[in-house]
Design a protein around this ligand. Structure first.
Ligand code: PMP
Length: 364
């Protein structure tokens, strides 16, 4: 045991946090960073300029607390999402991680159970521990897909109070059919389950892949969570949000810290939303690189999963550790998510994607 761990264990830490590792992909200085699914394209110059101007203006009022209700931002997010949503349907926080945490603070906790379907986003169990919510899982099929039948059955069996559905799922990259969301929602009626569809990567979905936003009307236990970290290239600004029934946003007001969204964050997010078109043009470019990765990896005899996201999960890798290291030696960092025979790579700029493909061709 390291000294540091020993010192930590001497503290009166909560039992359910003992032995846990903090979330954290490495943040090394490597020329081609394709390991954390952020947006590899920088902000377009005019979006950057608009953010600088908006933040400058916000700075003049930093002696005052920000708008606690972030009304303008909720209005803008509702407009962006469409689907007949209004500001009362929208909630936002510092990244969708905080949105998810607030949902667990309001609807999870001791005696409550959250369910998910691994492999999935590694923060779900950590958010559950942090809120003393029991975390249970139910497996996917061997090809990592999830059927409506299997998902509904798992919800009934576990009597989950909260269900996380990653769609598109991280690390596998594929979106769920709406039939899965509907089945989970119906199965969750018996335990009044809050169903969270985590659509962090929704803007990268292939044409024809529907969003669960269309299912919101009439489903007061359904939440669709989104983020500005991926499509909007704002991971550094920390802005996530959700769409749900107004009573859900009222519930989250009970647990949020007052003024949790800084004036700087609100100004940044608003300026970016005003330039959604320019940012979504970059999304199209990233989707092109993503499709190129899927095609070229298939041609190399590897097995990429269908991707609705800005990353590709691929199988058929004989020794993932060797391939991962070989790429790193050439300055390309991707993610070994710990699933035998598989690796995950984020779609980069054209040059970054070329560097990745060139090197992996030599390695497999
Ligand atoms: N959900 C999923 C599935 C993710 O992959 C991520 C980011 N890795 C998030 C939520 C959280 O992103 P953020 O807090 O930056 O919005």
């Amino acid at each position: 045991m390291t000294d540091q761990l020993e010192r930590l264990n001497r503290l009166p830490l909560r039992d359910n946090l003992r032995g846990l590792q903090p979330y954290g992909a490495p943040q090394p200085h490597v020329p081609v960073l394709l390991n954390v699914n952020g947006n590899t394209h920088g902000l377009p110059a005019k979006v950057h300029a608009a953010i600088v101007a908006a933040v400058g203006e916000a700075a003049a009022g930093l002696n005052r607390y920000p708008d606690r209700e972030f009304s303008q931002l909720r209005e803008a997010l509702a407009g962006y999402l469409g689907h007949g949503l209004g500001p009362s349907n929208i909630w936002a926080a510092n990244g969708s991680n905080e949105v998810l945490q607030q949902i667990l603070q309001a609807f999870g906790g001791p005696g409550r159970r959250a369910l998910s379907f691994p492999p999935t986003y590694s923060m779900y169990p950590l958010l559950a521990s942090g809120t003393d919510t029991e975390y249970v899982t139910s497996p996917r099929a061997a090809d990592f897909t999830l059927t409506a039948e299997a998902a509904g059955e798992a919800v009934r069996r576990t009597r989950a109070n909260i269900v996380f559905l990653g769609s598109p799922n991280n690390p596998t990259g594929t979106a769920l059919g709406l039939d899965v969301v509907e089945a989970v929602y119906e199965a969750g009626a018996a335990s009044s389950a809050i169903v969270i569809v985590d659509e962090a990567y929704a803007e990268f979905a292939r044409t024809g892949t529907p969003s669960a936003l269309s299912l919101l009307p009439g489903r007061e236990r359904l939440i669709v969570s989104r983020t500005m970290s991926k499509a909007f290239a704002l991971a550094g600004a920390r802005g996530g949000y959700l769409a749900a029934a107004p009573e859900i946003t009222d519930a989250l007001r009970l647990v949020r810290l007052p003024y949790h969204l800084s004036a700087v964050t609100q100004a940044t997010a608003l300026a970016a939303l005003e330039h959604a078109d320019a940012l979504l043009a970059n999304v199209e470019d990233i989707k092109g690189q993503r499709d190129r990765i899927v095609e070229e990896l298939s041609a190399l005899g590897l097995a990429p999963a269908p991707s609705d996201s800005n990353f590709v999960f691929f199988g058929g890798v004989k020794d993932p550790r060797v391939v991962w290291q070989g790429l790193l030696d050439a300055g390309v960092l991707i993610r070994d998510v710990g699933i035998p025979g598989h690796l995950r790579v984020t779609a980069g700029t054209e040059a970054e994607t070329t560097a990745f493909l060139g090197r992996i061709r030599e390695l497999v």
